[in-house]
Design a binder for this molecule. Structure first.
Ligand SMILES: Cc1ncc(C[n+]2csc(CCOP(=O)(O)OP(=O)(O)O)c2C)c(N)n1
Ligand code: SF4
Ligand SMILES: [Mg+2]
Length: 299
């Protein structure tokens, strides 16, 4: 990590093709701010993303990038980090990517605790493919895949992470870039797997349903009104897992801020023989003779 002060503009790349006012613009801006505040340079970072509108973020952020398969950002990101621990590794994607097709990877990445920051742009729909019902869509959400309204209740990614031993967990809102930037700085600084779920509204495919007060849910104004800022709760201690669960239950997961953090060795701390040096710098004895020896073990 470089100590040189950098401007967020260093991380600007091509202009996003997201719809005007898409929540993902806020996530991109916050990540550029956070990288600059941490004194990172583009060559220090890699963003590994899944597939979706959200998955395009690495094309719009000037650093190394890997646009993987749908739901597969996490295994690739963990491999990148273990192969080159000197890189700051960000995994990113959407709610469909991370909590639907990639859900299995999610809970295992949580319990594995590799030093990767996972940023999920949760817009409660499949944005890229035109607004189908996603794992976090509200009950009753109607779309082409659930024309009569979704019979299912949404998955609870924050609770899944807590239940599986996450060592850093927060929720942000793309309408509050200041808080989101601060959360990203903390998430990247945390040694271990950090999960940052961001309520990042899709402005094109909005939930078609209203809450009990008749207010349209899932839009910027609704989140601004209903997210409970944990940082304003004077007695809240984010080091108590049971208290974190209680907050999520009490506020129906509509919280913003740091939910939980714990200081525990990351995955590589348990690997015997792991040098912590990039593989590319190791003198690996992989000449033809060694390869023959390895092959012989499988004959
Ligand atoms: C294996 C596979 N299945 C399905 C798709 C089609 N597909 C592309 S993006 C997407 C959903 C994206 O939703 P989400 O992850 O929430 O991202 P968003 O576009 O909302 O940011 C789907 C189903 C695909 N690309 N690959
Ligand atoms: S479809 Fe939705 S998520 Fe995708 S770019 Fe447009 S507003 Fe953003
Ligand atoms: Mg989505």
């Amino acid at each position: 990590m470089s100590a040189t002060l950098v401007s967020p503009k260093v991380f600007t790349s091509e202009f996003p093709t997201w719809c005007p006012s898409c929540g993902d613009f806020g996530v991109l801006r916050a990540l550029q701010n956070a990288a600059a505040q941490l004194g990172l340079q583009p060559h220090d970072m890699v963003i590994v993303s899944g597939i979706g509108c959200s998955g395009k973020i690495n094309s719009y952020f000037n650093c190394y990038g890997l646009h993987t398969l749908h739901g597969r950002a996490l295994p690739v990101a963990q491999g990148v980090k273990l192969a080159n621990p000197q890189l700051t590794v960000i995994a990113s994607g959407g709610d469909g990517d991370g909590y639907g097709i990639g859900a299995g990877h999610f809970m295992h990445a949580v319990r594995r605790n590799v030093d990767v920051t996972y940023i999920v742009m949760d817009n409660q729909v499949y944005g890229l493919t035109k607004g189908q019902t996603s794992p976090t869509s509200p009950h009753g959400y109607s779309s082409t895949t659930t024309p009569g309204g979704s019979a299912e209740y949404p998955v609870r990614p924050l609770r899944v992470a807590l239940a599986n031993g996450v060592t850093w967990l927060a929720q942000g809102f793309s309408g509050d870039i200041k808080q989101l930037t601060a959360l990203m700085v903390k998430a990247i600084t945390h040694r271990g797997f950090s999960v940052l779920n961001v309520m990042s509204p899709c402005v094109t495919y909005r939930p078609s349903i209203a809450d009990e007060n008749g207010e349209k849910i899932g839009v910027f104004e609704w989140f601004r009104k209903h997210l409970v800022n944990l940082e304003a709760e004077r007695d809240y201690r984010p080091t108590d897992r049971a208290a974190a669960f209680a907050q999520l239950m009490e506020h129906d997961d509509l919280v913003a801020g740091l939910i939980y953090e714990e200081d525990r060795p990351a995955y590589d701390g348990y690997l015997s023989g792991y040098t912590g040096r990039p593989m590319a710098e190791l003198a690996l004895p992989l000449d033809a003779g060694h390869l023959d020896q390895i092959a012989a073990q499988f004959r």
